[in-house]
Design a binder for this molecule. Structure first.
Ligand code: N2P
Length: 450
């Protein structure tokens, strides 16, 4: 009895030790930051340096869990399912708008204590674009901070495509580029491009505006976009989420409807191996876009998420990011302007809209920082709201993700036929085995009797 008593006590002690050490080792959710960002969209050293900076600022430890996506809608579906509890996510402007409307976000906490608020470094241009996305009582600037921005345009191989050809959307439909065109796998960009192309004459005459065209989601407009995108198909070598840069540097495609930052990256890479690529924003107009950081409603670590957003707006951090990924930060401080001015260039641009009046006539990379005249012919694409399903249906017709009714019937009948055939064979085999077993049994019986 005494031995049993001692055994119970020691078992209890062992269990208690397990429970206590378990509790002690268990990382609290406040020590974890879950980030969900586009692929190839941050400098790894910037990411790796965040925990140390966070510790300096708050005295708290943080471990980063990082995941990436390539398509806005895939990211949004994950957020809406709510299984991952991301703390900080980087959607594009139209998805931010949708998330605000759907009430999926919570305000960014800007109480940074002794840490400076770097979020104030955002360009006035980006701030004013952000302010268009909110709702009464839900101003967008409370829910998002701009990260990177740029234009959509045509990346082209100078050996096969002239600058003039790349300066008009017409080339995308030109028969001579059969199977040589890559399109971003983004319905928003494809829709805008198709609408601009379809209305190119009215646009050039100035009787219609890019902004109204790209944001027209009426049934007629959707039908027009569908027709134009289907007509584009013989030229399409692929709908790319992120492989366009590589196919262009390897000469496998000649034209790529893509984003300016991917273009900068591809031009650099191609240059290193002797391939000359260029990028143009077509004369008819295009879309200018931005991505911003948001904190989903279900986020568990709003403090670290808010600090992370603030950290990304630190000018040196923004510069390091830009250097690595080719995209342009939404942050516009004198340090950034100074670092980005390139006196070896022989072109001058007006960047007053982005940096302020001192940037009215500067030498700066025109792909990364479009001149005010380029931005003037572009517009932000807004969310399609309750018309989204209609646009997505059109998109799947174009891409052929949907199967036609006839094809569905054929697949159904073939499956039934196969099931019937396999079943019939099984029955035959079963009958055959029974027959053989019966014969064997009869033969055995016969031998025993003999
Ligand atoms: C980088 C993705 C950029 C996102 N791979 C542009 N919205």
């Amino acid at each position: 009895m005494k031995r049993l008593y001692l055994k119970t006590i020691s078992l209890f002690c062992i269990m208690l030790t397990f429970v206590l050490t378990g509790c002690y080792n268990k990382e609290s959710r406040q020590e974890v930051l879950k980030i969900y960002n586009w692929g190839d969209y941050i400098d790894e050293d910037v990411l790796a340096a965040f925990p140390e900076w966070y510790k300096e600022q708050t005295g708290e430890d943080i471990r980063i869990i990082y995941q990436t996506f390539d398509i806005n809608e895939i990211m949004l579906t994950k957020i809406e399912r709510g299984k991952e509890d991301f703390d900080v996510v980087c959607p594009s402007e139209y998805i931010i708008e949708r998330m605000i409307v759907k009430d999926l976000l919570q305000p960014i906490d800007t109480a940074f204590g002794k840490t400076p608020n770097y979020i104030n470094n955002l360009s006035p241009y980006i701030k004013s674009e952000i302010s268009k996305l909110g709702l009464p009582g839900r101003p967008a600037e409370k829910y998002t901070v701009g990260y990177m921005w740029g234009t959509a345009g045509i990346l082209y191989n100078k050996k096969f495509v002239t600058r003039e050809e790349a300066s008009t959307w017409n080339s995308l439909w030109d028969k001579k580029f059969r199977n040589k065109l890559l399109m971003k796998d983004s319905y928003r960009d494809a829709y805008g491009t198709a609408m601009i192309y379809a209305n190119r004459e009215a646009l050039m005459k100035g009787t219609i505006k890019v902004e109204d065209l790209m944001n027209n989601y009426s049934s007629d407009a959707i039908a027009v976009a569908e027709e134009q995108l289907k007509a584009l198909k013989p030229n399409i070598a692929g709908w790319e989420a992120d492989f366009g840069k590589e196919m262009m540097t390897k000469n496998k495609a000649y034209l790529n409807m893509t984003w300016s930052g991917d273009a900068v990256w591809a031009i650099d890479e191609a240059n290193a191996i002797g391939v000359e690529l260029g990028y143009e924003v077509p004369v008819e107009g295009s879309n200018v876009w931005f991505d911003g950081w948001v904190i989903p409603k279900y986020a568990k670590n709003v403090k670290a998420a808010s600090y992370f957003i603030n950290y990304l707006c630190r000018p040196d951090v923004a510069l390091a990011n830009m250097e690595t990924i080719g995209y342009v930060s939404a942050v516009a401080t004198p340090e950034i302007l100074e670092a980005k001015i390139d006196t070896t260039l022989n072109t001058y641009s007006n960047l007053a809209y982005f940096f302020g009046p001192e940037a009215r006539h500067i030498q700066i990379d025109p792909i990364q920082y479009p001149d005010s005249s380029v931005v003037a012919r572009c517009a932000i694409i807004r969310d399609s709201g309750e018309r989204t399903q209609a646009v997505l249906d059109m998109w799947s017709h174009v891409k052929g993700d949907n199967l036609g009714g006839g094809l569905v019937v054929i697949i159904f009948l073939t499956t039934i036929a196969m099931v019937v055939y396999v079943g019939y064979r099984k029955i035959l085999r079963y009958k055959h085995r029974r027959l053989q077993n019966g014969r064997k049994r009869r033969r055995k019986h016969h031998t025993v009797r003999k």
